[in-house]
Design a protein around this ligand. Structure first.
Ligand SMILES: [Fe+2]
Length: 327
């Protein structure tokens, strides 16, 4: 029997309703897929349809495929023929461990830490367009992945905090973060500056930062404080949708490790303050329209990084969610 694909009707409601919570489109897998190899070949044959659904809806869940480990996930990523966005070359702040060339742990931060909503690497000049997640082991409690439709959020914020959105769009935003001299596994932003910048020496770190138009300051213990160039806080997509493409929520609510707890992490591009009052409204509004994806072992979740913000809720027990990124 040839495996087919159909979209479960009751789960396709990525409507524009302002009150309805949303969930990823779940693609029902019909037919017989008995192992990772046949799963990969099915993905390959359905590639175009899946990517079209992803581009339209923002998140696609494949549940029930016989996938059990990083190699199985890697085979699926390869089958989808998406160009790799490597962690090594990225400016991600998270500590991650590569399992294969294309697959790595999502974030090594301790389970009790929440990673707040963000578009992946929107606080840097380069970011992936698609994220692929695979659940190797679900946690006992918690550990869901919150998903928030960014277009919907921006529409609501225009009503609630119009001045903030005007200011963000006219001025842009800058992020400041202090990187450690060696990996800090106790932090969601614990990647060392050497690893982040691909530099062994301070000189080469500085020349990389110069290339990227960052400013920097060396602190005690060889910690490195960096500020990004001015980055856009919203993004107009090719199909006319406009999204809240930034890292404001994650930087405001999170980024509170021992190096960063007291410093200002976000400001407008002209150096002005972004008020706590307006950021609280942003965070509440996003939370109100967020859907939590609760993982089951074997889940494969595709996320369009321009349409959907994601995060990680705290958890208890072992949680193994692997990730792969695509340009
Ligand atoms: Fe992320």
């Amino acid at each position: 029997m040839t495996p087919g694909l159909s979209v479960s009707r009751h789960l396709t409601h990525f409507s524009q309703s302002m009150t309805e919570k949303n969930s990823p489109v779940q693609v029902q897998i019909e037919g017989t897929i008995t192992n990772a190899e046949s799963a990969a070949s099915w993905l390959s044959s359905e590639r175009e349809r899946l990517l079209n659904i992803l581009a339209r809806e923002g998140a696609v869940l494949l549940r029930g495929l016989p996938l059990s480990n990083a190699l199985d996930f890697d085979a699926c990523v390869v089958a989808l023929e998406l160009e790799n966005f490597t962690y090594a070359e990225s400016l991600s702040n998270a500590v991650r461990v590569n399992k294969t060339e294309r697959v790595f742990t999502a974030n090594e931060a301790p389970p009790e830490l929440e990673i707040f909503l963000h578009h992946e690497m929107a606080q840097t000049p380069t970011y992936p367009s698609k994220l692929l997640f695979f659940c190797e082991h679900s946690s006992d409690t918690g550990g869901s992945t919150p998903l928030c439709q960014s277009e919907r959020l921006l529409k609501q914020l225009r009503d609630k905090v119009p001045q903030l959105i005007d200011d963000l769009q006219s001025k842009g935003v800058q992020y400041t973060n202090v990187m450690p001299a060696s990996a800090d596994l106790g932090s969601g932003q614990g990647r060392s500056w050497q690893n982040t910048l691909g530099s062994k020496s301070k000189d080469s770190a500085e020349s990389r930062l110069r290339e990227l138009n960052y400013t920097w300051e060396w602190l005690q213990n060889e910690n490195l404080k960096v500020t990004t160039p001015v980055l856009p806080a919203t993004r107009l997509l090719a199909d006319g949708r406009e999204v809240f493409f930034n890292q404001l929520i994650a930087a405001y609510r999170g980024w509170k490790d021992s190096r960063n707890k007291d410093s200002k992490k976000i400001r407008f591009g002209d150096g002005g303050d972004i008020s706590e009052e307006s950021m609280e409204i942003v965070c509440e509004t996003a939370e109100d329209i967020t859907h939590d994806h609760f993982w089951q072992k074997g889940d494969l979740l595709l996320v369009d990084n321009f349409l959907i913000m994601h995060g990680r809720r705290p958890f208890v027990g072992t949680r193994k969610v692997l990730a792969s990124l695509s340009i």
